[in-house]
Design a protein around this ligand. Structure first.
Ligand code: ADP
Length: 170
């Protein structure tokens, strides 16, 4: 049985993350989405909220489970008996970072492979940080995140119902 973990902050989950999750789920028997509890970055959503948003987003995928991790992802992979770590690749800046991390993880755990999937064209410029910036300013994000994430973002930023469906941007 092939098993992989897909780690990230997912603050919040976007359609770009979901595209990678769906494709990874078709490559492995089981995929565990590992939500990073305390990443070294400022977060908008709590760990519980990020996990709940992700769980709802992947509830239709039978071989996908959502977990929580802290510390080294290779240790989480070992604990879960996963053979691979899945990451998504957008632009060249992602590549450098992912390459560095993949080599470090290989050094730490030679038995765990890092599998990088290329972003879908539609989501190549989509990041959680840019999404939050646009959402806060009332821009249209309906095509970038699942509906329940739109609702969660509106609530976080205390925005009125219609604010994220009108035209707008940064
Ligand atoms: P991290 O804090 O680990 O960077 P993110 O939640 O930002 O966590 O991203 C998790 C993974 O998903 C990373 O491998 C990232 O490159 C990938 N990813 C993020 N957005 C996209 C996207 N739009 N398309 C493809 N992969 C993406």
């Amino acid at each position: 049985m092939t098993k992989a973990v897909y780690p990230g902050s997912f603050d919040p989950v976007t359609n770009g993350h979901l595209d990678i999750a769906v494709r990874a789920a078709s490559l492995f028997d089981e995929l565990i989405i590992a939500v990073y509890d305390t990443p070294p970055k400022k977060l908008l959503f709590t760990t519980e909220e990020r996990v709940a948003l992700m769980k709802q987003a992947v509830s239709h995928l039978p071989n996908v489970r959502v977990g929580l991790f802290n510390g080294l992802i290779v240790e989480f992979a070992h604990k879960e008996k996963a053979h691979a770590i899945v990451r998504g690749l957008r632009m060249s800046s992602d590549f450098e970072h992912e390459f560095e991390m993949a080599l470090m993880n290989k050094n730490l755990a030679p038995d765990v492979e890092v599998v990088c999937l290329m972003t879908a064209q539609d989501y190549q410029f989509l990041s959680s940080s840019l999404l939050k910036e646009v959402a806060q300013l009332g821009g249209v994000i309906n095509n970038l995140v699942p509906k329940h994430v739109v609702t969660a973002l509106k609530k976080k930023y205390s925005l009125p119902e219609e604010s994220v469906s009108r035209k707008g941007g940064i």
